[in-house]
Design a protein around this ligand. Structure first.
Ligand code: SF4
Length: 130
């Protein structure tokens, strides 16, 4: 059994939430104190038992007006899957143009999310003849 102190990130209130955790095998929350609303309780339980994160990265683009496009997961993924998802992003290589919101990966590492482009990369203008 252990006690963890968390700062809730669900709203700007930033309540300090104290969680008692049974750490025998997988962490199980046994008591939550300090939250001032149910959303904080749900967040603290998930943060301890199955933490989730949204991840952002960038992917190279060939033939574009910018050499990289920023990408992110549409929905949070389990912390334990970040390495696998980052590996799938790392091997991506795109051809311009790329539109904002383009789905680049569906269900990466089996997660319930998509990896999408978060900026536009236009095709580079052709070079003028000399
Ligand atoms: S516990 Fe509720 S009020 Fe407090 S920071 Fe979290 S969401 Fe906001």
């Amino acid at each position: 059994m252990s006690t963890r102190e968390l700062t809730c990130v669900v709203c700007p209130g930033g309540c300090t939430i104290v969680v008692d955790v049974d750490d025998d095998e997988t962490p199980v929350v046994t008591r939550i104190q300090g939250n001032t609303c149910p959303r904080g309780e749900a967040w603290a339980r998930q943060e301890v038992e199955n933490p989730m994160r949204t991840i952002a990265s960038s992917v190279p683009v060939r033939g574009g007006d910018f050499p990289l496009v920023s990408v992110r997961t549409l929905r949070p993924i389990p912390l334990t899957k970040i390495r696998e998802v980052m590996e799938e992003i790392r091997i991506l290589s795109l051809e311009a143009p790329v539109e904002i919101g383009s789905v680049l990966l569906s269900s990466p590492a089996g997660c319930d999310t998509e990896v999408v482009a978060t900026r536009r990369v236009k095709a580079a203008a052709p070079c003028a003849e000399a």
